[in-house]
Design a protein around this ligand. Sequence first.
Ligand code: SF4
Length: 358
Amino acid sequence: MPVELLGKSADELRAFVASLGEPAYRGGQIYHALYAERCLDLAAMTNLPAPLRARLAEEARITLPRIVRRFPSVDGSVRYLFSIGGEDAKPAQIEAVFIPKEGRQTICISTQAGCALDCHFCLTAQLGLIRNLSAGEIIGQVLAALEENREQLAPQTNVVLMGQGEPLLNFDAVMAALLILLDPNGMAISPKHATLSTSGIVPGIERLAREKVRPKLAISLNASSNEQRDRIMPINRKYPLEKLLDACRKYPLRPWEHLTFEYVLLGGFNDSPEDARRVVKLLANLRAKVNLIPWNPGDLPYEKPDAARIEEFRRILTDKGMLAFVRYSRGQDVMAACGQLALAEAAETPPDVAQLQV
Ligand code: SF4
């Protein structure tokens, strides 16, 4: 069976080429063509001699996730439903979202198919964990989304690991993908433009802290007390707020960096002024930024928070000197918003853009 090249590091590509009896430096050339030039066709890698290209056509392959469906949103973002696996890995469907904005595009990608963590506000949780993605399947989502939108790309690409799955529970593959995504000789995405979002896996945060190359870190907080967080994020029972915030305090931030705390405002559940005051206390002494994300109405039993309450929540934080922003998710009409990925297709009821507009 041909060897999959996507997801391999420069060293792995050099070793592979050497195993074919070719000079190892050719592996570096493949690395550059594949990730820096985004050349996805071995036959078109003209920096390689023709006989090697012919050999690679037999011995190797580059497999992008296959686009099953596109769900364009009225706000310009596109949700992609991808199919992965099949030949040598369990078949699965995953999603990514392409979000264009002036001067840049943001690509939200999945790191697992489904998720084991059961956050109660998240539709992906209802799938359960199907499997971990490989480094190639993680990078492939970025490449496929860039390829699809080749004609309209802005100079800057942001990548957010906020799609299906908990990235820190697939640490090795996620790190292998990030090393290529953030490599100036690879896909050259700036660490300032890449964000990994976690539900709060403390050992994973501690491990990430030791990595030389790493993205920015976002923590999905969503509650102002353990009692409240236990109710919507069962992972909190394993890593309660004290442990989580202790790991955050020890996390070595770079001079330009803030920790981001995502706080989905669930109307009537965690959006009161008392909640805001507790969040201020929890995040004291942290170089933090809080993104308040008003709940997107969906199938789940939470309400859209009231506009006045959202503003009051934000003001309580900013009055105490915290950076706090209200973020309205893009792509809500195609279920591309935070925590909404995944289910529509699984349920075989593809969203009708017109019906889902909110
Ligand atoms: S919010 Fe993230 S960690 Fe929680 S169930 Fe959904 S995908 Fe998993």
